[in-house]
Design a protein. Structure first.
Length: 362
């Protein structure tokens, strides 16, 4: 109930002077909008059902429960542009003919999750262009022809997770440009067509994990310069063409583990230039072309283990010159181009626990 009250109150600030909507039956004498709250859940499977719900809601209405748009057989979804808030979840799924939806253009707030999945020919999310705040999760997955998520450009805060995964034709993530804070996890994985993570520069905090994994054509993480803190793990792994972590220059701390692994073409970590603290483990392994750790010069503390192994071209540890404390174990193994003397010097300076250094370059 508190969430519903907050949604309705919030909308009263966002929606002022909606024009003449008296044809829907809920305009007052001056033509201004009056909020209307519809109790319960609603499922839309046809244009007729959407029109009927819009008439029932009237001007600037809220659905207190969940909204499902599923199995519509529509090419374009329209007719629900007066809906301003949903107290529960918004689920858009299993719409085999749906190419785009324009009918949620005034939806500003969702009290639960937003789930968009298994829409086989959906190309964009333009119909969500006013969505600003989601109190649950945002999940966009298994939309085979989705090329962009530009319709989410006003989305600022998500209280749960944001997951964008398994969208085969997704080319870029510019639609998350407005995102400022994710309280849960931000997961970008198994999107085989993304080449750049180009502009997430407004993102300040990720409360949980930030995961950028298994994006087959991803070449650069170009601009996440506004990111200051990751509360959980930061994992960048198994991106076969990733060449550079170019700009995460605002990132000062990772609360748990930093994992950089199995990026076959990765040559540079320069974008991590202001990282000072890793609260958990620092894991750097199986990056075949990584020659140095430039970009980690400000790193002073690793809370748990340091694991550096199977980086066959890694030639020095100069990038860890200011690392003074490693809370637990050191494991530097099978880096065949790394002088053992560099690993030993690091251990002498920073080790507090067990040390394993072997099968590096003598």
């Amino acid at each position: 109930m508190r969430m519903l009250v907050a949604l309705v109150c919030g909308l009263s600030l966002v929606w002022i002077g909606c024009g003449d909507d008296t044809a829907l039956g809920n305009g007052n004498a001056s033509g201004d909008c009056e909020s209307n709250v519809l109790a319960g859940d609603y499922t839309i499977r046809s244009a007729q059902e959407a029109i009927a719900l819009e008439r029932k809601g009237g001007c600037n209405y809220t659905i207190a429960g969940n909204l499902e748009i599923t199995r519509t057989q529509l090419r374009i979804f329209e007719h629900m542009n007066e809906l301003g808030a949903v107290g529960g979840d918004v689920n858009i799924y299993d719409n085999e003919e749906l190419e785009s939806f324009e009918g949620l253009g005034d939806l500003a707030m969702v009290g639960g999750d937003v789930n968009i999945y298994d829409n086989e020919i959906l190309e964009n999310l333009e119909g969500l262009s006013f969505l600003q705040n989601v109190s649950g999760n945002v999940n966009v997955f298994r939309n085979d022809k989705l090329a962009n998520i530009d319709g989410l450009f006003k989305l600022e805060t998500v209280a749960g997770d944001v997951r964008v995964n398994n969208n085969n034709k997704l080319l870029q993530l510019d639609g998350l440009f407005g995102l400022i804070a994710v309280s849960g996890n931000l997961v970008i994985e198994f999107n085989p067509s993304i080449e750049l993570i180009e502009d997430l520069s407004n993102l300040r905090t990720v409360g949980g994990d930030l995961i950028i994994n298994n994006n087959l054509r991803l070449e650069k993480i170009e601009d996440m310069s506004g990111l200051q803190e990751v509360g959980g793990n930061l994992s960048i792994g198994e991106n076969a063409l990733l060449d550079m972590i170019e700009d995460m220059s605002g990132l000062g701390s990772v609360g748990q583990d930093l994992n950089i692994y199995s990026n076959k073409r990765l040559t540079s970590l320069v974008g991590l230039a202001n990282l000072a603290l890793v609260g958990g483990n620092l894991n750097i392994y199986n990056n075949e072309k990584l020659t140095d750790l430039e970009g980690l010069e400000r790193l002073a503390q690793v809370g748990k283990d340091l694991n550096i192994y199977d980086n066959e071209k890694l030639a020095d540890l100069i990038g860890l010159a200011n690392l003074l404390t490693i809370g637990e174990k050191i494991f530097i193994v099978e880096n065949t181009n790394l002088p053992t003397s560099e690993a030993l010097a690091l251990a002498d300076r920073a080790a507090t626990g067990e040390v394993s250094i072997q099968n590096n370059k003598n």
